[in-house]
Design a protein around this ligand. Structure first.
Ligand SMILES: NC(=O)c1ccc[n+]([C@@H]2O[C@H](COP(=O)([O-])OP(=O)(O)OC[C@H]3O[C@@H](n4cnc5c(N)ncnc54)[C@H](OP(=O)(O)O)[C@@H]3O)[C@@H](O)[C@H]2O)c1
Length: 291
């Protein structure tokens, strides 16, 4: 199909492309904030229809040449998985020769806005708009994306649109350097999925210690929420508690013995974290042979 040469003014509203967890949550929140959601485009028609039902607005489209209607939207929100952003941007760019007056945003934390280069080359203003938030399901995202912090990077016109969306969602925006997007994303990785893994390790150890299954998760959730609060209020150094900060080498030795017996896989994790902790706490080196 030949790209359309039409440059008719776009309609005020958003098209969501790749409506997974984030796309659907964002779509519903924007619709609730009275932003017209015009189209929702997915690889499969059934997925697009389901996403439209969740969002509550929009016309379902299938990504591909038949998605030419996307060119009618003033704003395209690309919420596909990171690996698909560049190729989908290229495919969408091919739908029209002239994208002037359109804004295209992607929500990847690790990719810079230049992943949308094919659209920029055809006149679109592009930017990346990344919520520093975890969205394990669309439903959870509707709750957690309100008031969260958003990393923004890209062209001025697109950033204006991004800022408006952030304001509508009661959030706070900050700028990220495009060349630092991967590092920025690694920072997010270090304090979210890794925390889940550490909590899961703790849960298993609690279970082995006899803590009832129904208590382990809520108990850990309170513990971690309080830790996070102390980190925010006091900073890392003062939020640290436990035997490493006290230099209680006897307890640490007993931890390691118990872990070697009950959860040997946890020993290297414990040691790496302990070393970092001792450094942060300004403790002298532990007795020889402990680490
Ligand atoms: N979830 C989070 O916590 C979170 C937080 C911040 C930022 N983000 C970012 O937001 C973006 C989306 O993440 P997500 O968690 O919402 O992912 P997701 O739930 O896996 O959804 C990704 C969507 O992209 C679609 N997709 C994949 N390849 C495609 C292609 N070639 N053409 C068209 N659609 C395609 C998938 O369609 P199918 O259903 O057909 O596979 C799916 O609907 C990512 O860039 C991610 O880094 C996510």
């Amino acid at each position: 199909m030949k790209p359309s040469k039409r440059t008719s003014p776009p309609q005020n509203g958003v098209a969501i492309v790749g409506p997974g967890r984030l796309g659907q949550a964002l779509g519903r929140l924007l619709a609730q904030a009275k932003v017209p959601v015009l189209f929702v485009a997915a690889r499969r028609a059934s997925k697009a229809r389901r996403a439209v039902r969740f969002i509550g607005r929009g016309r379902p489209l299938t990504v591909g040449p038949s998605a030419a209607a996307l060119t009618q939207a003033a704003v395209i929100l690309l919420t596909t998985s990171d690996g698909a952003v560049a190729s989908v941007a290229k495919d969408i760019a091919g739908l029209a020769e002239n994208w002037a007056g359109r804004v295209v945003l992607h929500t990847s934390g690790s990719l810079p806005s230049s992943a949308l280069l094919p659209l920029k080359r055809r006149g679109a203003s592009v930017c990346s708009l990344h919520p520093f938030q975890t969205v394990p399901s669309a439903r959870a995202g509707v709750r957690s994306l309100k008031g969260c912090c958003w990393g923004v990077e890209g062209d001025a016109q697109a950033r204006k649109v991004a800022s408006r969306f952030v304001r509508l969602l009661g959030g706070v925006e900050f700028r990220v350097r495009p060349e630092s997007k991967t590092l920025y994303h690694a920072a997010a990785f270090l304090s979210c999925p890794t925390i889940v893994m550490l909590m899961e390790r703790s849960r298993l150890l609690l279970r082995k210690s006899g803590v009832p299954a129904r208590m382990a998760r809520p108990m850990l959730a309170k513990f971690v929420a309080e830790t996070a609060r102390n980190f925010a209020d006091l900073g890392a150094r003062r939020a640290l508690t436990g035997p490493a900060v006290r230099g209680d080498w006897k307890t640490i030795r007993r931890h390691l013995t118990a872990l070697r017996r009950s959860s040997p896989k946890t020993v290297p994790v414990y040691r790496v974290l302990l070393r970092e902790m001792l450094r942060l706490a300004g403790r002298q080196r532990p007795p020889r042979g402990l680490l």
